[in-house]
Design a protein around this ligand. Sequence first.
Ligand code: HEM
Length: 946
Amino acid sequence: MAHVYQCLLGATVVLLVLGCATTGLDDASSCVDMVSGGFRPIATDRAARFLGKVQEPTAQCRGGDRTVAWRDTPWTDWQNYWATAGAQSLAPGWSVRGGHAGPNGRGVDGALLDLEYQRIELIKFNLFDNSGTYRDYVSGRGGVDGRALKVWSEMRLPNGHPQYAAVGGEGEQRCQGDLIRFRTLTGICNDIKNPRMGSSGMPFARNVEFGATFPELGQDELARNRHGDRLSLLVPDPQVISRRLFTRAQAGPDTCRDGHGLPGDSADARCDYKKAPFFNVLAAFWIQFMTHDWFSHLREGANAPEMMAVGCPPAAAQLGCRPDDRIDRAYVDQDAPPSTFTAGGKTHLARAYKTSTNTVTAWWDASQLYGYDEVSRRRVKRALDDPAKLLMVPAGQRAGAGERLGYLPVLEASDPMNPQWVGQEAAAFPDNWSIGISFYHTVFAREHNRFVETFRAQAAATPDADSGLRNPARPRDVIRYRDVTADELFEVARLVVSAEIAKIHTTEWTPQLLYDEPLYLGMNANWHGLFRGKDRLRAVMEKITVQNFGTSTDAKKAGQWYSVFASGAGIFGLGSHVYEDDAIFAAYDPAKVDRWTLENLDHVNGGVNHFGSPFNFPEEFVTVYRLHTMVPDLIELRRWDDDPNAVRNKVPVVDTFRGRATAAMRERGLANWALSMGRQRLGLLTLQNHPHFLQGLELPRLGSPTGKIDVVALDLIRDRERGVPRFNEFRRQYGLTQLTSFDDFIDPRLARGTPERAEQERLVGILREVYGQHRCDASKAITSAQRNADGSPINDCLGRPHGSLVDNVEDVDTVVGWLSEFARPHGFAISETQFQVFILNASRRLFSDRFFTSSFRPEFYGHVGVRWVTDNGPDGKVMEKGQPNGHEVEVSPLKRVLLRTVPELGPELAHVVNAFDPWARDRGEYYSLDWTPRKGAESDPAFREK
Ligand code: HEM
């Protein structure tokens, strides 16, 4: 492990930024020691990565004694710095706003620096493209370093593609004209020079070395050493793991009935689950709604035709599992042995042992709403009176101003449809439909139409004014409002809705998922720019980059290592302006003349950055989104117009599966569902917390003896089918510290003998029973991703003597591993391992998309669209009252969407700061996680439960 710090910067700069003011705490001399050590260099070798662990003086300076004590744990250090948790983490005697020099400032700035190091090293070491470009990435091409490559032949449209000739055929391929004006249906031509990138049907990438994939195949000696002969598709048994480690305990099983509740949706039903006090059910369905946009392995709702058994040996049936369940196998795209090549004296695999494809576009383009191929587009219905709008229909005669905006129409027999989708609302992505998915599709269809109405109103008021839009085929022609066709307006609305969704996810959902100060700043940075008003910190971040990567100009031009700058300018601020003295990635500067022009495709495309590896999601990303624990079994139904504090019914989520969601939506109305899911807490991501109904979900299409499947056991099976490395190697590959026994999962902050610790010890005991132990062999090296602190290879004994009995911690399925991480940063609904995957991929999904970078311009979005995305709606910026957590904040983008699309919720939403925080919770002081009611919600029975 390299904790070697070099003195890269003048001490003056560092003193300025990190500060060494006397705090009254015994850390001043540590700050001096840290400063004299300078910043650590970015690792040149993957085995010498940062790992989120700092040196002792740094720990002391940023967080005092408890941070120093934490250094011996496997978990990242920043979570124990000053001010990175709740009020108790603030340095005594210092205010939150103590400035960068004070302990709180050092803590938060230090956390941001650590996270930025992680991101840079993730970009450097964790990109493995499966579509054939990896060799060039490693070896370079034509004298250009692989990480600076920007165009790949594998991203060309193949001969026979309908747009083959339009992009240039067998010559140089460059998208132009209509192909670059809007988001295309299949996602081609987002990157003008790489038409195929991110389009439907491209291979999933990987974030781990190809040799580390598919450990069960035993192709790799390290994998064989790591797991012996202990693993196969159904070993350890996935249904047994599900029943022992995933099942929710019930105080009264008779009132839960495996998630089916009580007859008549009685409010007396009760299904216990472990709840997150700071995250609501809307947040659970939001992320499912997002994943349907980003990735899918299914093809029109099905997997490969061949059926297979899914475990549960007869002896285990008393646990409640089912030996007769069957499932369709996962699709595999390529499974021939991958080719190899030699570079730098090493032999490399050119791809993973098997690959599969992403059925939908990888872009954040709302393809779940608007479609990702011709078939899915046929389920997207346009209004008859104005084809720029989506078709919405009335449903009932309920009160509420939003009701006039209507509901989605139901799929018709003539629509492309599977039998299981009969009776559902029409949507491009119809699979795993439930009330939560119905909710978001309805909200954003209404929002689409609200945008069209606003645009039309503007066009009626100023028909001859410049709309801002341009056609790339005739870039100089002004397009007046009156000239915009319905089809064009439909596509502009899609651009706006997609960008709004990306903004909600980045600046509202994620800061509530990761509810602490560094992540609040970090996520807003991804969008607006980290260092607005923090120029000293920005200067130092730039220096780190310059010191590590040469001159800043080179770093920018090569486009390899500018993530630091990216967070400096923010994604939407990036690259959308071009100035005489700043040709790419320039943030908006009103004092300069903007030279950006649609005639120059390098301006249109120049802001994207793929870091040398074409963009697609990795299989590992899918794994960390298997968030089924978030779903409760029962939804506590309330009424917005009749005492929102009262719970009227408990509706089983399973009774809203597929077509029943549509019936439930229409019967109860959007506003009541919004209120109910807005107030209810979601399920914690932890062991023994999966919904009962998902362990026995009826899928009649399978035609199996039971007609049911345990979806949460399937989560494990699918990961094994797709060769996701097991948890410990997964962490090593991602630049995190390994665990050496199951006991490492226990939160070291908990005192011995406390009930919470006893519960974690109980669960760790089950992990040990399920995964087992073995006598280790110290002669067997098990990984090349990291080394021991003394430089020796990590071996099967994980630091213990040869022949010791060790936990089979290497075998833990990755989903089981991250569910077992009891030690987490404050306010993290997810684990540190999942978060590491997000740091890399969430940034990339913004950096790679032209419509979020250099094409976020009026020429594409129109003036109305740019304003809508920037200001969260048509009526300018609106600020929230007070200073939540010490910040002045805008009224959040989802709250604004809800106020437009479900306006009857105005009084309820008046109390809401973040739409994903349970709506009636008192947010308290500085990132409080307390579960107490806000004023006026004292009678809500939810607050009487833990
Ligand atoms: C009513 C609620 C839900 C139901 C009925 C449901 C059902 C399912 C089913 C049946 C599968 C298996 C598909 C297969 O591999 O054959 C699946 C996969 C998956 N689910 Fe859920 N799910 C629900 C909620 C969620 C939520 C809230 C999330 C949160 C992100 C989520 C994330 C995923 C992911 C990431 C996959 C893997 C998708 C892929 O392989 O491409 N699900 N779900």
